[in-house]
Design a protein around this ligand. Structure first.
Ligand code: ZN
Length: 345
């Protein structure tokens, strides 16, 4: 089957490759429609590795997908042929201790699309467990379905923050994950979100949202803005979604006494944290690794109109131009948030 294959660092090919096609009793076969390009796909493309995960053999990229169900296994009752769906890219072992505790995102044996050595979904069709395939509501498009994966990270972060109605939230970083986290914080009850980035074009996507105060941190200090907006008290929740180590120098200054800091972005290495500042304010520290039990909530929020992701889907390329799509994504146009690849149409 034709797939977008990462052969080696900086080397992509659109070519035939043998992929597992066996349909188990609890699986569905999905004809892929749309796949979003993620920061992790790009990182494997440009660097060949993320932490301990190294691309050592050709690997199909892509893990943010939607499509149409074309075959169902004999035990599948919740989905039928013709349903549109989106897929959770991680398949945990269902009998692992983490899964049994409801923390299936933390199962060490999880098989996650496009994380070496597991192939991704940038190909014509895939076989996937029905349990991790979710029907798209009629008013949710394939493009929106394919952005449910990064949106779920934002919603996992808002869930971990245990937000309350009327909270003031800070989100550091306005890339895809920061943008999705800002939307999730608002849906989770934030009265206002102070969103910070160094790229004005990324912040501009929120210009028309009266609940979002954008801060271009190349122009002014985030700490000052938070102090001003909260009258010196600090924000109830601070989401770190940039992955920049430098942010940690002032991260805890932004949080109010008794507030919460949620670590979403992954810094490139260890960072120093001012523990005493944290203690004197009893700051609660939370962290996020992917998501668990979030996809249905993301789809409910999209379907009801509480969350609108459409402004963040910047461009779409046909599969035949998949390599150009990756080159464009790697170029990093400041106004681009999510770039997607469409398999058909
Ligand atoms: Zn992703």
């Amino acid at each position: 089957m034709q797939a977008l294959v990462l052969e080696a660092t900086r080397e992509l090919a659109l070519r035939d490759i043998d992929l597992p096609q066996d349909l188990g009793a609890q699986d569905v076969r999905i004809r892929i429609h749309t796949v979003g390009i993620c920061g992790s796909d790009l990182h494997y493309y440009t660097h060949g590795r993320i932490g301990p995960f190294k691309v050592e053999a050709p690997m199909v990229l892509g893990h943010e997908a939607s499509g149409t169900i074309i075959e169902v296994g004999s035990d599948v009752t919740q989905l039928k042929v013709g349903d549109r769906g989106c897929m959770e890219p991680g398949i945990p072992r269902l009998d692992s201790p983490a899964t049994l505790r409801g923390l299936y995102n933390l199962d060490p044996s999880v098989r996650f699309w496009a994380t070496p050595p597991i192939h991704g979904c940038l190909t014509g069709s895939v076989v996937h467990p029905a349990a991790f395939t979710y029907r798209l509501p009629d008013n949710v498009s394939f493009a929106e379905g394919a952005i449910v994966e990064p949106l779920s990270i934002g919603l996992q972060a808002a869930t971990k923050a245990r937000m309350k109605p009327g909270d003031t939230a800070v989100v550091i970083g306005a890339g895809t994950i920061g943008a999705m986290t800002a939307l999730a914080a608002l849906a989770g009850g934030a009265a206002r979100v102070i969103l910070a980035d160094v790229v004005a074009e990324k912040l501009a996507h929120f210009a028309n949202n009266p609940a979002v105060i954008t801060v271009d941190v190349s122009q002014r200090s985030l700490t000052d803005v938070v102090q001003q907006v909260t009258e010196g008290w600090g924000a109830d929740v601070v989401f770190e979604a940039s992955g920049h180590a430098g942010v940690y120098q002032t991260l805890l200054d932004l949080v109010c006494p008794g507030g919460c800091a949620v670590l979403v972005g992954m810094p490139p290495g260890p960072v120093a944290l001012d523990v005493v500042t944290m203690q004197t304010k009893e700051v609660r520290l939370e962290s996020v690794f992917r998501y668990a039990n979030i996809f249905p909530r993301a789809l409910a929020l999209l379907s009801s109109g509480m969350i609108d992701v459409k402004p963040f889907i910047s461009r779409s390329f046909p599969f035949s131009q998949g390599i150009e799509a990756f080159e464009e994504a790697a170029r990093g146009r400041p106004q681009d948030v999510k770039i997607q690849i469409e398999m058909e149409g």
